[in-house]
Design a protein around this ligand. Structure first.
Ligand code: FE
Ligand code: ZN
Length: 594
């Protein structure tokens, strides 16, 4: 009988090894105590491939996510037993209970978790600083004791402090990247009125094709066809919003336009339409809407109108599955350094550089740094010159070339095994209107010498299978001004709206300058796995339908200009995203003493 168990254990371990899965002794114990471990193991191996956060380490947390009654029962039994044992053995020297699950593993995130969270299933987290360690453990956490502050100071990392051991894992992997979309050198315009017409037409065609991918769109008809109807008829159509207003009794009238004509749509403001009203309240001119309802031709000589039943935008499919990397590498997403500005937070940025080089006196930070293979600088690397009136008063370096010299000097501290992508923001010496080409060579030569990849705004890149849409974020201020319920303190909500309408700048006649080019680069035709923006200077992290949303913090303190707009920036918060799990670790360099 005992022999049999030993054999079984060997088989289980073999099976796991050949599936490339690592396991902790605790988890193995649990599996071995199942009625038929080998059979259940097959199920576990299969199920783990559907868990996005699974990175080949089978932990209790991962087991939790597998819906199998026997596993869940055994798990419950074990977790409470372990806690009792832990409690009996507990001394102040012992690490927190919360750690016994994760600390056996090589690259799991080890606390000081105060400054970081696992965002795998949390949407729009902004106040992550308040989240406890236990957030990492899913619902196992409910039965675990709360960690105490004293224990935090226990000696777990003492050995790490004496020797700053740093062997970057990312160095062991080759670069694997592709530029999927970059407007640099591909922007053609004559500046004529015709170009705006071409742009709108291209936008309409692209958005329409995206909308048409939804199965319920098949029946949608052209607007001119609708006018041929002489009696009430159920129809569906789609068009760009030409006008939108609320009538005296609170209903919404929207004018839709396609290449065949324009038509009015009425959505009644009644409780059963609450979701559609919300959609309308977040709609601006030139977005594409789908409507179905009843067409009423009206009395003779009058124009007909659609009484809408439903109204919707293109959106992202609810079952979107993000691509992930097979290699355990990460990307650091930064923006808005504003080098040359009096408010550039050089000290904080030096801490970031120390972190990247494994020189932070915390083992877990060095582990995170060791995986960083890519750094994306999403615009406003330099403060530029003449960007706004009297800018020179706010500059410490008032020569654009010298700003770039200093930028190159700082970035030269980043090791060669890390690839840097640099997208041009609104402070860069390039035209203000978007889409915007990469910074010209005459400014960026030193950066190019360092191997920095300079890109236009927006760009789409693929790193280790993961697609990242990089957009500086110019239109986000406008969106926040126009749309009630959106504001600068919650950039993730604004990013979500851009994804839903599948356009990066669905604003019309506001501050965002849009270049009259013949083809619309701002349509989000390919769904990104990571959507990265900056510009707002306020960090935000979230997820929408499995797309990771990240607005970088910045490395610039509050300027007078921001103060006048009531913007409180979050300098030093730097999100690191693991490309193999898409978990985001927002490090706060203000809180790190290096
Ligand atoms: Fe900026
Ligand atoms: Zn900016």
């Amino acid at each position: 009988m005992i022999d049999n168990k030993v054999n079984q254990k060997k088989l289980v371990v073999n099976k796991l090894t050949s599936a490339g899965i690592n396991i902790t002794p605790e988890t193995l114990n649990i599996i071995m105590s199942l009625e038929n471990p080998l059979e259940i193991l097959n199920l576990i191996i299969k199920e783990t491939s559907f868990i996005p956060s699974f990175n080949s380490y089978l932990t209790l947390n991962i087991l939790q996510k597998i819906s199998n009654e026997e596993i869940q029962k055994t798990l419950k039994r074990f977790v409470s037993k372990e806690i009792i044992i832990e409690n009996l053995n507990s001394t102040s020297e012992k690490p927190e209970k919360a750690e016994w699950i994760v600390n056996v593993e090589k690259f799991s995130i080890e606390p000081e978790k105060k400054d970081m969270i696992n965002s795998s299933n949390i949407e729009g987290i902004n106040n992550f600083k308040e989240k406890s360690n236990l957030a990492l453990l899913g619902h196992v956490s409910a039965s675990l004791p709360k960690p105490s502050k004293e224990k935090k100071k226990s000696k777990i990392y003492d050995s790490a402090k004496s020797t700053l051991h740093f062997k970057p894992l990312a160095k062991e992997f080759d670069f694997s990247y592709e530029i999927l979309k970059d407007p640099t050198g591909k922007l053609f315009t004559s500046g004529d009125y015709d170009d705006f017409y071409d742009l709108t037409l291209d936008k309409y065609n692209k958005l329409r094709n995206l909308m048409r991918k939804r199965p319920e769109m098949k029946a949608a008809t052209n607007i001119s066809n609708i006018f041929r109807l002489s009696r009430n008829f159920e129809i569906s159509t789609l068009g760009l919003v030409n006008d939108i207003y609320q009538s005296k009794n609170g209903n919404y009238i929207i004018t839709l336009e396609d290449i065949t004509g324009t038509i009015n749509v009425l959505m009644r403001n009644v409780s059963e339409n609450v979701d559609y009203i919300k959609t309308i309240e977040r709609t601006v001119k030139d977005q594409l809407l789908y409507v179905d309802g009843v067409y009423n031709p009206g009395e003779q000589g009058k124009t007909g109108i659609i009484f809408a039943n439903t109204i919707s935008k293109i959106d992202i499919p609810t079952d979107y599955k993000p691509n992930i990397s097979e290699e355990p590498v990460s990307a650091a997403l930064i923006s808005d350094l504003h080098i040359g500005s009096k408010e550039f937070e050089e000290k904080l940025f030096t801490k970031f550089l120390n972190f990247i080089n494994g020189k932070i006196n915390k083992k877990n930070y060095r582990e995170i740094a060791s995986k960083v293979k890519y750094i994306i600088i999403n615009g406003d690397l330099v403060d530029g010159i003449g960007v706004y009136p009297n800018q020179q008063e706010d500059l410490t370096i008032s020569d654009i070339f010298k700003q770039y010299n200093f930028a190159a000097e700082l970035l030269s501290n980043i090791p060669e095994y890390i690839k840097i992508f640099y997208v041009a923001g609104n402070h860069e010496p390039v035209r203000n209107a978007i889409p915007r080409p990469a910074v010209p060579k005459k400014y960026s030569q030193e950066l190019l010498n360092l191997g920095v990849k300079c890109l236009g705004n927006p760009s789409l890149i693929r790193t280790h299978n993961v697609n990242t849409l990089i957009y500086h974020g110019e239109s986000m201020h406008d969106m926040n001004m126009i749309i009630h319920g959106l504001d600068n303190n919650n950039p993730v909500e604004t990013m979500k709206e851009l994804l839903i309408c599948r356009h990066l700048a669905p604003v019309y006649g506001e501050k965002t300058q849009i270049a009259p080019v013949d083809n619309d680069w701002l349509v989000i035709d390919k769904i990104p796995d990571i959507f990265h923006t900056g510009h707002i200077h306020i960090n935000g992290i979230g997820r929408y339908r499995n797309v990771s949303l990240i607005n970088s913090g910045c490395f610039q303190a509050q300027t007078d200009f921001m103060r006048s707009f009531g913007i409180s920036p979050t300098p030093g918060i730097t999100p690191i995203i693991e490309l193999d799990t898409l978990n985001v670790l927002p490090l706060d360099f203000k809180k790190i003493n290096s």
